[in-house]
Write a protein that binds this ligand. Structure first.
Ligand SMILES: Nc1nc2c(c(=O)[nH]1)N[C@H]1C(S)=C(S)[C@@H](COP(=O)(O)OP(=O)(O)OC[C@H]3O[C@@H](n4cnc5c(N)ncnc54)[C@H](O)[C@@H]3O)O[C@H]1N2
Ligand code: MOO
Length: 396
C-alpha cells in the first residue's frame, strides 16, 4: 500500500511525453507544443491605429483647440503607403495603417470638424498615443510560443494571426478499456435481479472525451483469468494505456491483478491509502501502462481524475498534469474515521465547497452534481464549517 502522494510521485517518475506529430493549428486545440514556435512575422506588421479619429503629428499640437487641415483618409485594409504633412491631420479608423510622418492618433470624440478642418480639443498629445507599433505584440524571429505550451483557443488565434497553419504537438495517448464483471447488463438488456447496468465505460469515455481523447477501444471480459488476460493483451497491442474496470480486489472472481502479472507487466503500485479507490493498480510493460480501476463507479472516477488523467496529460506533454488545486472554506462540517485519506465529491459555490451527501463508493448521484473533489488527508479527519480544505476542480 502506498500513500496518495507516493502514488502520484510514482506516476510522475514513470510516465513521459509521447512523440510529436504535425497537426493543422485549427485541429490542435488541447494539444501541447512539442517544439518552440518562432514568429515568422512581427505583430503588428505595420503601424496601426487603435482608435477611430485623426492621425496627427504631436509637435503640431501646441495648445488646446489647435486647428489642422484634414488631408486624406486611412481605412482598415488600405495597402498604399501614405504620408502626413506637418500642419495636417488624416482621417483614420481602427486597424488602419498610420501614415508615415504621423506620430499619434486623436480619438474622434476629442475633436470637432468643420469646413475641411479639425479642431483638436486634447493637449498635449503624446507621441505614440493610440498607435500600435510594429512588433509591439511579438517581434519577427522571437519565440512566439514555447515548447510545452498547452494550446487553448487563444493560442490558436495567436498562431493563425501570424500566418502559422501547422504545429508540432505531442501525440495524445490511445486508450483501451477492459470492462470486467459477470453482473453487467447493457443497452437493450432486461432488468434481471442480481445484475446491474454497466456504467463505468460510458463514464470513462465521457471523461476522456472531455480531455480531447475521442477514441476509446472497449472490450468486455468474463470473470475468469483466461478472458481477462486475452482482453488486456489485445488492448495492449493497439493502445498506449490500458484501463480495466472492476475485478481488482481480493475476491475469488477478481482476475485483473493476476492477468496483468501474467502479461509480464511490472506492478508499480497496488493499493493506495485512500477512500474511495483503495485497490487501484498501476503497472508498466515496456512503453505500455496499465491502470486497474476499482469497479465501484465513484472509486473508478476518483482514480481516473487523480491518477489516470495526470498520466495521460504527462503523455500528452503537459507540465501541469494534476487537477487545478486550491484551498477553500468548507460550507458544512464533515468528519471521518479510518486510516485512509478521503476524496469527497464536492460542490463549489460562491467561494465555498459543500461536501455532498452520498459519499459511498457505489454512489454516483453525488458525482453527478459535483464540480470538485475535496481531498482530506487522514490527519484532517475532522472538518468544521469554515475550515480550509484542499479542493481539486473537475474539468467539466
Ligand atoms: N475483502 C475485501 N473486499 C473488498 C475490499 C477489500 O479490501 N477487502 N475492497 C473493497 C473496495 S475498497 C473496493 S473499491 C472494491 C473494488 O472491487 P473490484 O475492483 O474488484 O470491483 P468489483 O468487485 O468488480 O465491483 C465492485 C462494485 O462495482 C460494481 N461495478 C463493477 N463494474 C461496474 C461497471 N462497469 N459499471 C457499474 N458498476 C460496476 C460491481 O457490481 C460492484 O458492486 O472491492 C471491495 N471489496
Ligand atoms: O476503495 Mo473502495 O473504493 O472504498 O470502495
Amino acid at each position: 500500500m502506498v500513500t496518495v502522494n507516493e502514488a502520484k510521485q510514482k506516476i510522475i517518475a514513470n510516465v513521459t511525453a509521447l512523440s510529436a506529430l504535425t497537426l493543422e493549428v485549427r485541429d490542435a486545440l488541447g494539444h501541447v507544443l512539442a517544439s518552440d514556435i518562432l514568429a515568422p512575422m512581427s505583430l503588428p506588421s505595420f503601424r496601426q491605429s487603435s482608435m477611430d479619429g485623426y492621425a496627427i503629428i504631436d509637435t503640431d499640437i501646441l495648445e488646446k483647440d489647435t486647428i489642422l487641415k484634414i488631408s486624406g483618409e486611412s481605412k482598415a485594409g488600405q495597402t498604399t503607403t501614405q504620408t502626413l504633412i506637418p500642419g495636417n491631420a488624416m482621417r483614420i479608423f481602427t486597424g488602419a495603417p498610420v501614415p508615415d510622418g504621423a506620430t499619434a492618433v486623436v480619438m474622434q470624440e476629442n475633436t470637432s470638424s468643420a469646413n475641411g478642418t479639425i479642431c483638436i480639443h486634447e493637449f498635449p498629445v503624446t507621441a505614440g498615443k493610440n498607435v500600435r507599433n510594429i512588433g509591439q505584440q511579438i517581434q519577427r524571429g522571437a519565440i512566439a510560443l514555447e515548447k510545452g505550451t498547452f494550446l487553448s483557443p487563444g493560442s490558436i488565434g495567436f498562431l493563425q494571426g501570424m500566418n502559422i497553419w501547422e504545429a508540432s504537438v505531442h501525440r495524445k495517448p490511445k486508450i483501451g478499456l477492459l470492462v470486467t464483471g459477470d453482473e453487467l447488463l447493457h443497452k437493450g438488456d432486461s432488468i434481471v435481479h442480481g445484475k446491474i447496468f454497466e456504467s463505468n465505460s460510458a463514464m470513462l469515455a465521457a471523461a476522456l472525451q472531455k480531455e480531447g481523447i475521442a477514441d476509446l477501444e472497449i472490450k468486455y471480459a468474463d470473470d475468469n483469468l483466461e478472458s481477462t488476460i486475452k482482453g488486456l493483451s489485445e488492448l495492449a497491442e493497439n493502445n498506449d494505456v490500458v484501463l480495466a474496470s472492476g475485478g481488482i480486489s481480493v475476491g475469488d472472481y477478481d482476475f485483473v491483478g493476476k492477468a496483468v502479472e501474467a502479461l509480464g507487466a511490472q506492478t508499480i503500485f497496488y493499493k493506495v491509502r485512500q477512500k474511495p479507490g483503495k485497490p487501484l493498480l498501476f503497472a508498466k510493460r515496456e512503453d505500455k501502462f496499465f491502470f486497474a480501476l476499482p469497479g465501484n463507479p465513484a472509486s473508478s472516477l476518483v482514480c481516473y481524475y487523480e491518477y489516470v488523467l495526470p498520466a495521460l496529460r504527462i503523455m500528452s506533454g503537459r507540465k501541469d498534469p494534476f487537477l487545478t488545486t486550491l484551498k477553500m472554506p468548507a460550507k458544512l462540517a464533515y468528519s471521518f474515521q479510518g486510516e485512509r485519506d478521503e476524496f469527497l465529491k464536492g460542490l463549489v459555490v460562491g467561494g465555498e465547497v459543500i461536501p455532498l451527501d452520498g459519499q459511498e463508493s457505489f454512489a454516483l448521484r453525488s458525482f453527478a452534481i459535483a464540480n470538485a473533489v475535496i481531498y482530506l488527508p487522514v490527519e484532517q479527519n475532522v472538518v468544521k464549517e469554515g475550515d480550509l480544505v484542499e479542493v481539486h476542480l473537475l474539468p467539466l
